[in-house]
Design a protein around this ligand. Structure first.
Ligand SMILES: C[S@@+](CC[C@H](N)C(=O)[O-])C[C@H]1O[C@@H](n2cnc3c(N)ncnc32)[C@H](O)[C@@H]1O
Length: 385
């Protein structure tokens, strides 16, 4: 089968988590850079990476990488890409996104229009026609320039991968599904351990954790752009990936996953979302304030995204709220707690210094992932006769 290079963009700072996922899926990594991981796969990899990766934002088919400091160079190098090997004659092709960092060429709209012209020129010469209807499948091209190096890829995903399809009931300030999955994967949590989100909102952390535990592929309930394509990734690859995803599911689990929120509408939304994701029987949701948080068992995990003061009146409540988080955590014996928040005074009010802290960009918002680590549970003694 034809080998190709695929680029998976992800959250800045979480490349290592995505790299691990790609390796576990069986593909070889060719490059890890800020905000993206490049890997080698065959045509099946397009379908498998879209359906199974939990922490990638999308999957691009890499079609070129070159240096360009002038628009002439950009035009010529774009024209040299064998576009006819990727698009059919009726394909709709355009540069849907151009991003430039520390490069001489920086105007996205100029980059987009020059590249489109070069693509049309190439296609005209190859197909010996002067006009393209562009009424077939879509091939949006994404381009990024970093220090004058241009990387060009065709988007195989369409709507971003964080849109799994289950989160239709919305709340204020939900965390992205891909970010939630990455943050869970950064912890030692696994399906035999307790997990509580005391600020669960629409339920994202718990739904992502339940899907991981039940082996439900994140892309099972949605569609992808490259499914329309007749070449590059045949329909059979998608059927195989979806069938494998279906076979992998195991809902016969005994788990302790609990989600609380002070807002009853959020709890309702979380329950509806969990049902859409097919994991409602694995999670217990209930309206409750963090001040009432407790659990009788040891060694649990809190992974949560508390309010961080998006609105002014909320900001004034933060010292008290974070004190309540600290007190709840004190009551939970030998638990670990992971908080993602942009609130700078978190440690001061929680009343404890985090064992680890990691800066993570959530879009443009600078946030911290505070990690308070509890002890590991003792190993169970093997049963002897
Ligand atoms: C940033 S949002 C969490 C979003 C969630 N991670 C999601 O993906 O939808 C914070 C949540 O904390 C809840 N909240 C605020 N004060 C609370 C309190 N004292 N106890 C419990 N929940 C609270 C809000 O209702 C809100 O849903």
């Amino acid at each position: 089968m034809r080998q190709m290079e695929l680029i998976a963009p992800c959250h800045f700072g979480l490349e290592a988590v995505l790299k691990r996922e790609i390796i576990d899926l069986g593909y070889e990594i060719s490059c890890v850079e800020d905000g993206r991981v490049t890997f080698i796969g065959d045509e099946e990899a397009i379908a498998y990476s879209n359906v199974f990766l939990r922490t990638a934002e999308r999957v691009l088919l890499k079609v070129g990488q070159f240096k360009a400091t002038t628009y002439d160079e950009l035009f010529e190098a774009t024209k040299a890409i064998p576009w006819e090997e990727y698009f059919p004659e009726d394909g709709k092709f355009w540069v849907s996104k151009a991003a430039s960092i520390k490069s001489k060429l920086f105007s996205p709209s100029d980059i987009q229009s020059i590249m489109k012209k070069a693509m049309v020129e190439r296609m005209k010469e190859k197909y010996k026609v002067s006009w393209f209807e562009e009424d077939g499948a879509s091939y949006p091209v994404r381009v990024s320039l970093l220090k004058d190096v241009v990387t060009v890829g065709i988007d195989t995903t369409g709507t971003s991968l964080h849109k799994r399809g289950y989160r239709q009931s919305q709340v204020k300030a939900p965390i992205s599904e891909t970010l939630a999955a990455s943050l869970i994967m950064l912890t030692p949590w696994h399906k035999d351990r307790i997990l509580v989100d005391p600020f669960c909102g629409s339920g994202t952390f718990l739904i992502e954790a339940a899907m991981m535990a039940a082996n439900i592929a994140p892309g099972m309930h949605r569609e992808f752009l490259a499914q329309e394509w007749k070449t590059l990734c045949p329909k059979k690859c998608w059927y195989d990936a979806m069938e494998e995803a279906q076979e992998n599911i195991n809902l016969d689990l005994d788990m302790d996953l609990q989600g609380f929120d002070i807002d009853g509408d959020a709890i309702k939304a979380a329950k509806e979302n969990a049902a859409r994701a097919g994991v409602e029987q694995l999670i217990h949701f209930q309206k409750r304030s963090v001040s009432e948080l407790n659990h009788s068992k040891k060694y649990g995990f809190i992974i949560t995204n508390p309010p961080y003061g998006e609105r002014l009146e909320e900001k004034e409540m933060l010292p008290e709220l974070y004190r309540e988080i600290g007190e709840a955590y004190k009551r939970l014996e030998d638990w670990s707690m992971y908080l993602i928040t942009s609130y700078e005074d978190t440690e001061k009010h929680v009343g404890r210094k985090a064992d680890k802290n990691r800066k993570i960009y959530n879009g443009m918002l600078k946030t911290y992932y505070y990690q308070f680590l509890g002890p590991k549970p003792p190993r169970r003694k093997p049963v002897t006769n």
